[in-house]
Design a protein around this ligand. Sequence first.
Ligand code: NAD
Length: 490
Amino acid sequence: MSTGIRLVTPEVWSGQVFDGRWRKAASTISVLEPATGEVLGIVGASEVTALDAIAERALAAQRGWAATPAEERAAIMRHAADLLDRERGEIINLIMRETGGVRGKAETELNGTIGELIHSAALLIAPEGQVLAHPDPSKLSIARRVPLGLVGVITPWNFPMLLAMRSVAPALALGNAVLLKPDPQTSMVGGALLARLFEEAGVPAGVFSVLNGGADIGEGLIALPAVRLVTFTGSTAVGRRVGELASRNLKKVALELGGKSPFIVLDDADLEAAASAGAWGSFLHQGQICMASGRHIVHRKVVDDYLDILTRKAEQLKVGDPFRTEGVAIGPIINSKQLARVDEIVHSSVAAGARLLTGGVSQGPFYRPTVLAGVNPQVPAYHLEIFGPVAPVVVAEDEEDAIRIANDTEYGLSSAVQTGALERGLRVAARINAGMVHINDQTISDLPGIPFGGMGQSGNGSRFGSTTNWEEFTQWRWMTAGATPARYPF
Ligand code: NAD
């Protein structure tokens, strides 16, 4: 059923920025379609000099928003979920074209985004705080979670809508205002479309704004005194800089960073299922996922058979433009710089002794799914987060060795263990240093209700998800109340 409302509206956002209302920008950002290199859309570029005024308006709007009954805010979040669902066909097409993803990836991203909105609406069910003991029994003593005020959200290009919404939805639902800065390569599904969404869903003007631009706008956002929390999803290198700037400006920061997630295959695993999961874990969305299986750690007894099956699976995957060609599993790499980086890691790894079993070649913006055998600590693919469709396979001598290799990384985002014995899986899983672990599955998984996040250099210990969103997006306030005025000796 149509509401008459349309969200995919380039005629509204073209050349414009959004801070509660659409304004024509002095300069623009062109968004390219990775599969074709053609301009897919144009958004307005934000200006650093305008950020203070935007933050001031946001803060003024936030006061009214926080005072709005939680039920009303929740209804707006549910309405937003509904609006996205009603326009799913057009939105999925735009996600596919702008991020270079296959249809299944775009559907997963949209469904996850809707899930985040629905979970955020349900946050109001949880208690807002605690009644505390007080030495004076006539006093009421309450600890209550209250909004932070203004929240800054900085996001990457790989799942731009979902990774924005996992911060934006709970931040708004819990009474904050949000300034969102998407990656400029995905400024439409990562920003302009969400501006249209909250505008139509009934979020009051100024409560949600989008800042279009790169590092300068990101740093300008972090420096704004009114922003009390910055959530950042992106690379560990930039995360370090974001963390430094946030600390210098005395604000809370939630960092969700890179990964090198281990995928362990033990000698009693179902190899066909394991290779299928491993191929998915390394090649889904061209490997451009923080939780991608970054190292296949395979027991020596089964490694030859595993490599045969994995290589066969990689060779069967069709590469091309997923939007225009049926049956494509591997779409384009986001940009030529990233493509060159992937290729350089593969070929420097081969030069360092790894064996290239398949792939290692590109055609235009597309990179063939690649299997590297004989990967060891002397090989770049062993250590580096590749962010491309590459499966580096490392041999483990036994279970203990597999655990050692899994933990031989600075990262700690996700992990997986394939085994025929659940108790063995549980034993190994318990010893992997990662924020997420999956037994008899692969490393890429997310749901709105889980505590999503990494250990080590994959983050700073913060967690996104409706289990932990109250902690992330609100702060404590202690309140006491007495029926009569307190008396003091002074
Ligand atoms: P990136 O760090 O280059 O960029 C991320 C965002 O930060 C972009 O919006 C960018 O414009 C902005 N930015 C860049 N420099 C900045 C600065 N100095 N100050 C403020 N903002 C700045 O990351 P990317 O290449 O877009 O994404 C890939 C990386 O993101 C990978 O390392 C991947 O593992 C990670 N990632 C992590 C998660 C997670 O949940 N842990 C999810 C997706 C991606």
